[in-house]
Design a protein around this ligand. Structure first.
Ligand code: OXD
Ligand code: MN
Length: 600
């Protein structure tokens, strides 16, 4: 048993004792967060068969790990927001009564760590000690979680020192697979029957049971930095958002910061690390974060944003030298890969990494695989976990004070109706377009593809009633001196034959440049019923042969189609009932009224 005297926070000591008594681990290890500890734990995982050490020449200090096939993704239907009043969780969250959920979890956690080590991981989202940071302590019986947390957050002794005697967020996690004496462990323990990811919004604690995977198990990420922090932000007047943050540096060296929200599968990480086209001499994108932004107004009414994470937990399939060269460089070493395929020479592979798949692989389940196989070699949600320090596009100036946000960008995957880009006329219309954000469930070419509403890309991450969240955003606008401009983008519009109209990826820089110019009042544009749109000549086309006619198709807003879209928003907005801020219905009606003449 480890000496626990490093813990001087008495509430923490007491909580550790309680969890130990409940979960009955064999031993307790308090993570100091050192590199030596990381290496030791990785070696333990190799010895346990959980990690495969990759070829040191090809992928130094990197590991592959295969999850249980039943534990491969976030589980939205097992994710609960517990509030005394169901309405405080709202219609978009799975709700459970806090007392019943506590009773159920006490039953499940009882003895759940038998035969295992209980890791105590003090972690800080945001620079430890900074006023903007939040400190949590995750107790877990997963060494995979412990090493992943080292990459994704500040952990260990510096966090304990910053914590002192203050309050912390209790984050309890167990894979829910106790071992009886003599039992042989499996490489990826989890619980096939019971999985829960729970935010108790009454006392701010978090509990997760049964899954070892990513967003279910790394509790600093979606649970603390979004569900818990969004509620805290509402109470304290700031925003915890599912957003990337990027700086766009112009040739004169001026950086404009943009925060952007996209639902899953819209290329958020690629956009955060965008490499401008070769002809864009002197333009640079600097990455601050790829997933989460905490955004606060300062005393002057400017919004300052930090990325509370220290690493990336990115989707591997589709990542390659063209889609994201910065990420390819980042993951060239010091990376944990999960559910990727293994090459015969001890490296990893996934669909889209190279045009031609290697002739033989071991797939994500550990089975031999050849290109003739009718199944993917890597799981579609295969991931890499890597420190942000490894990313060449990281912004060295993204200091703990945060960066000033000049524009918000919202985008979904939509094959029709929505143009490449438009600027909302004002904050309220911007909030409207974000509240009704949606993405097509598949990359379907058909115009009728179903849209899944994902307001602000926060659907599974908002820790309280989404209608109150809309109200919070609306009120934020009133408090800001210079509220950032709000844009909607759509990289995914298709022509009648189903082909994409926009090349995307690096070419998105052209849109970004227009956005930056709009924030500086130097970008041109024209009024349209949807907002302000660029004309062909307002976009910088250097180095890209893109004709005016295709641009017209890309930017076309058909009044009848848009009116149908707005009509379709009604049921969505009504689903929030009485708590929906009236401004949103008023905005919808005003947009519809403005379209009426164009439809005749
Ligand atoms: C993620 C997600 O894993 O948004 O970041 O699903
Ligand atoms: Mn995300």
């Amino acid at each position: 048993m480890q000496d626990l005297t490093v813990i001087t926070n008495s509430a923490l000591s007491q909580w550790i004792d309680e969890v130990q008594a409940l979960c009955e681990p064999d031993q307790v290890h308090v993570c100091d967060g050192s590199d030596a500890e990381y290496e030791r734990l990785c070696s333990t995982l190799v010895a346990a068969g959980t990690f495969i050490r990759l070829n040191e020449d090809k992928r130094p200090n990197s590991f592959l790990c295969r999850s249980d096939p039943g534990d491969v993704a976030r589980l939205e239907h097992r994710t609960f927001v517990c509030t005394a009043d169901r309405d405080d969780a709202g219609p978009t969250n799975y709700w459970a009564d806090p007392a019943s959920m506590r009773a159920e979890l006490a039953r499940l956690f009882k003895g759940s760590m038998r035969g295992r080590t209980m890791y105590v991981i003090p972690f800080s989202m945001g620079e430890p000690g900074s006023e903007l940071a939040m400190i949590g302590v995750q107790i877990t019986d997963s060494a995979y979680v412990a090493v992943s947390m080292k990459l994704m957050a500040h952990i260990g002794l510096p966090v304990l020192r910053a914590l002192g005697a203050s309050e912390f967020v209790r984050c309890l996690h167990s894979v829910g697979a106790p071992l009886a004496p003599g039992d042989r462990d499996v490489p990826w323990p989890c619980n096939a029957e019971h999985k829960y990811i729970v935010s108790f919004q009454d006392d701010g604690s978090i509990a997760s049971f049964g899954s070892g995977y990513g967003g279910n198990a790394l509790l600093g990420k979606k649970c603390l930095a979004l569900r818990t922090a969004s509620l805290k932000g509402r109470k304290e007047g700031w925003l915890a958002e599912h957003m990337l943050i990027m700086g766009v540096e112009d040739p004169a060296g001026k950086t404009t910061y943009v925060a952007a929200a996209f639902p899953s599968a819209c290329g958020k990480t690629n956009f955060a690390m965008l490499l401008p086209p070769e002809d864009f001499d002197g333009w640079k994108v600097k990455t601050v974060g790829d997933d989460i932004a905490w955004i606060r107004p300062d005393a002057d009414g400017t919004l300052l944003a930090i990325n509370p994470e220290t690493g990336f937990f990115g989707v591997a399939p589709g990542t390659n030298d063209k889609t994201n060269p910065n990420m390819i460089a980042a993951i060239s070493r010091d990376t944990i890969f999960t559910n990727c395929a293994l090459t015969p020479d001890g490296d990893v592979w996934w669909e889209g990494l190279t045009e031609e798949p290697p002739p033989a692989l071991v797939d994500w389940r550990g089975l031999d695989w050849t290109p003739e196989a009718s199944r993917p070699a890597a799981h579609p949600n295969a991931r890499f976990t890597v420190s942000r320090a490894r990313c060449p596009s990281m912004d060295p100036a993204a200091d703990p004070a945060g960066v000033p946000i000049s524009a918000f960008v919202f985008g979904g995957r939509l094959s029709h109706t929505f143009p490449l880009v438009f600027e909302a006329r004002d904050w309220r219309e911007g909030v409207y377009w974000a509240a009704t954000l949606g993405s097509e469930a598949t990359a379907a070419a058909e115009n009728q593809a179903a849209t899944r509403r994902d307001p602000f890309a926060m659907l599974p991450f908002c820790g309280y009633n989404m209608a109150d969240y809309f109200a919070h955003w609306l009120s934020m606008g009133d408090r800001l001196v210079n509220a950032p401009a709000i844009f909607r983008v759509n990289w995914f519009r298709r022509d009648e034959g189903g082909a994409f109209l926009w090349p995307g990826f690096r070419q998105n820089m052209r849109v970004l440049k227009w956005i930056v110019q709009r924030t500086e009042n130097t970008g041109g544009g024209q009024a349209a019923p949807i907002g302000l749109v660029p004309r062909y000549d307002d976009i910088d086309w250097r180095g890209l042969d893109y004709d005016g006619q295709t641009f017209e198709a890309l930017m076309k807003v058909d009044p009848t189609e848009l009116a149908q879209e707005l009509q379709g928003h009604d049921a969505w907005l009504q689903s929030f009932g009485q708590r929906l801020p009236a401004e949103l219905s008023v905005t919808r009606q005003a947009l519809l009224d403005a379209l009426a003449p164009a439809q005749n």
